[in-house]
Design a protein around this ligand. Structure first.
Ligand SMILES: NC(=O)c1ccc[n+]([C@@H]2O[C@H](COP(=O)([O-])OP(=O)(O)OC[C@H]3O[C@@H](n4cnc5c(N)ncnc54)[C@H](OP(=O)(O)O)[C@@H]3O)[C@@H](O)[C@H]2O)c1
Length: 258
């Protein structure tokens, strides 16, 4: 089966690298010519990747199409293209719901919404999928963790949760900066704060039976330093602010639909 990508930017690059480096057979991938530099680099790097002459040539040659255009103006671009019945269209564009994509790609009949994160390139990306589709789950599972959900609301909630990544990095930046302020050299502060980040991720991954509340309790020895810091963060409203941030992004998504 040939996979076609319309819009060869950062997320297409990550997905194509991920799909082209899985174990076993690699899918045939056809890229739209824009962005020329990224498309050219991917085709030069992977034998299973080619660049088509136009967006329409991608659609004509592929069975499954991935839409990875910037949301603004994507509708106008897609209206100029002709899809065919039997094609499966996968949209990465978060602000378009299934009905909106379906209207743009008819008579293509199957539409799936997917929000991969750049970490799919090294097979470490969590990927929300809606509606559940066995083929798409099988494709994205080797690229990290595919999470297929049953309702548009659940999908939107997962997409909102992906807005917290920069905030999480900034948390570890604060630790590294604090270490530097205490005269720990910058490279050691970066290495140490990063190692704490990786250790926590590995701890959570290795204990899927524990929820985050249990992991928090396990890390906060009674009367200990972790308990003191988490109590202060709660009192100062750090986690309420994170919640408010996600509520604000939910509202932004709702307003984008109007
Ligand atoms: N980046 C992420 O982490 C991520 C994750 C999940 C979903 N998404 C969604 O995926 C979509 C793409 O995001 P992105 O970060 O990959 O954006 P991006 O890097 O800006 O890529 C968009 C690509 O579309 C190309 N393009 C512009 N006009 C085109 C046309 N008429 N025909 C074909 N291609 C055209 C652009 O080429 P030029 O460079 O030449 O303008 C660019 O390479 C967005 O809707 C975004 O919300 C992104």
């Amino acid at each position: 089966m040939a996979l076609g990508f319309i819009g060869t930017g950062e997320i297409t690059k990550a997905v194509v690298i991920g799909l082209s480096t899985v174990a076993g057979d690699k899918p045939d991938i056809i890229l739209s010519p824009r962005n020329g530099q990224i498309a050219g680099e991917l085709a030069a790097r992977f034998a299973n990747v080619t660049v088509a002459a136009s967006n329409q040539a991608v659609i004509d040659a592929a069975d499954m199409l991935f839409l990875a255009l910037r949301p603004l103006g994507a509708g106008e671009i897609l209206k100029t293209l002709t899809f065919r019945a039997g094609q499966h269209v996968v949209s990465f564009m978060a602000t378009y719901d299934v009905a909106a994509i379906r209207a743009l790609v008819a008579p293509a009949d199957t539409v799936t919404l997917v929000t991969p994160l750049p970490a799919v390139a090294f097979h470490g990306g969590p990927t929300p999928i809606y509606p559940p589709d066995d083929e798409i789950v099988a494709m994205f599972s080797p690229l990290g963790t595919a999470v297929a959900v049953e309702t548009p609301e659940e999908y939107q909630a997962l997409c909102v949760a992906t807005s917290t990544l920069a905030g999480a990095f900034a948390y570890y930046e604060t630790i590294a900066d604090w270490l530097e302020a205490k005269n720990v050299p910058a490279d050691k502060a970066r290495a140490f704060s990063g190692a704490v980040f990786y250790a926590l991720a590995a701890t959570a991954k290795n204990a899927p039976h524990l929820n985050f509340s249990e992991l928090t309790l396990e890390s906060a020895t009674k009367g200990g330093t972790n308990e003191q810091v988490v109590k202060l963060l709660k009192e100062r409203g750090v986690y309420n602010a994170l919640n408010d941030g996600m509520d604000a992004i939910w509202e932004r998504f709702e307003n984008a639909k109007k």
